[in-house]
Design a protein around this ligand. Structure first.
Ligand code: ATP
Length: 139
């Protein structure tokens, strides 16, 4: 049997995912990493981007809204602000969040609205992440 690596994805609310997988692919603040069993230890910040794992059933994308990844040779731990499996994603809610964020971004072009714009930009990224993960999993 091929060697596996343990993946735990934890949010402040719950254990989102926990299983032995073949590979984890994540987008960190310094670039994409592919993690196989036996990977060298590291800690990195995560971008708002789909985390992908490969297991016996194929590839599974998970919506991870920023956080940190800790890699040990036999274990990967993701601490995420929030994370959802594809089937947990409410597509209409994500579409509404996207529309709200886009409307806020349109109305916040002057300097005094910079903080609101940064929040709206992050909300837009989260909504797009959820829509992407839900689309990827249905392909
Ligand atoms: P919204 O404006 O719809 O609340 P948001 O991006 O501000 O979106 P978050 O603060 O990222 O929401 O998440 C709050 C909680 O709601 C988390 O537990 C997250 O997993 C969940 N959540 C947010 N959007 C969705 C969605 N479209 N489908 C399923 N769960 C979601």
């Amino acid at each position: 049997m091929a060697k596996k690596i343990r993946l735990d994805i934890v949010s402040p609310e719950r254990l989102v995912y926990s299983a032995d997988v073949d590979m984890v692919i994540a987008r960190t603040t310094t670039g994409d990493i592919g993690i196989l069993p036996g990977h060298a230890p590291l800690v990195a910040g995560l971008q708002i981007w789909p985390l992908r794992l490969l297991n016996d059933e194929g590839e599974l994308p998970i919506a991870v809204s920023s956080g940190f990844i800790e890699v040990q040779p036999e274990k990967v731990t993701v601490l995420a602000a929030c994370a959802e499996l594809p089937e947990e994603i409410d597509i209409n809610r994500a579409k509404e969040a996207k529309a709200r964020a886009e409307a806020r971004l349109k109305g916040s072009t002057d300097a005094k609205h910079k903080i609101d714009a940064a929040r709206a930009e992050a909300a837009l990224q989260r909504a797009m992440l959820r829509l992407t993960v839900s689309r990827q999993s249905s392909q």
